[in-house]
Design a protein around this ligand. Structure first.
Ligand code: DQA
Length: 145
C-alpha cells in the first residue's frame, strides 16, 4: 500500500511558520515520523504544493490508483469548492481521503470554522499537531486490515 500525504499552501514553511500554532517540526520531520510509523511493506509518499491545480491532479491520480490519501488542505479547506469536488470524486468512487489539520481550526478565527471539504471526506482529524497525520495513518491501517 502506498499512502499519499498531500499538503496544501504554506505548509512548505512548517518549522518557521507560526511555530506557536504549528510547532517547530518541518515537512522533512513529518516525512520521517510517518515513514517510521508506517506498517511494514507500506510506503508513505509526502507531497506539498501551494498550487490548487497540482492538488487536483494528485487527487485525480488517487482516484485512478486507489491509493488512500491523507490531505491537509490548509487554507483551501475554507473556500475551495474545486478541491472539494476533487475529494468527492475520490471518496464517492470508494476511495479514502482523510482531512487532517495540525491545529484545531475550531479554536481559531471564525473563517477557519467552516470546512468545505469535511462533508465529502472519509473522516476528519484536527488539533493534534503532527500526531493528526499519525492518527490518520492508523485509521487507514484499520480500514485496510
Ligand atoms: C491548517 C489550518 C488552516 O486553517 C490553515 O489555513 C493552514 C493549516 C492546519 O493544519 O492546522 O494552513 O490546515
Amino acid at each position: 500500500t502506498t499512502v499519499l500525504v498531500l499538503n496544501g499552501p504554506n505548509l512548505g514553511r512548517l518549522g518557521s511558520r507560526e511555530p506557536d500554532v504549528y510547532g517547530s517540526g518541518d515537512l522533512a520531520e513529518l516525512d520521517r515520523v510517518l515513514s517510521a510509523a508506517a506498517p511494514a511493506g507500506w510506503t508513505v509518499e509526502l507531497r506539498q504544493t501551494d498550487d490548487e491545480a497540482t492538488l487536483m491532479s494528485w487527487l485525480h491520480g488517487a482516484a485512478d490508483s486507489g491509493a488512500p490519501v491523507i490531505l491537509n488542505p490548509a487554507a483551501f479547506t475554507h473556500y475551495s469548492y474545486a478541491l472539494r469536488d476533487a475529494v468527492a470524486l475520490v471518496t464517492k468512487a470508494g476511495g479514502t481521503v482523510i482531512e487532517v489539520h495540525i491545529s484545531n481550526p475550531h479554536a481559531r478565527e471564525e473563517f477557519r470554522h467552516t470546512s468545505v471539504i469535511s462533508a465529502v471526506a472519509t473522516g476528519v482529524i484536527a488539533g493534534f499537531g503532527f500526531d493528526s497525520y499519525l492518527l490518520a495513518l492508523h485509521a487507514i491501517g484499520l480500514r485496510t486490515a
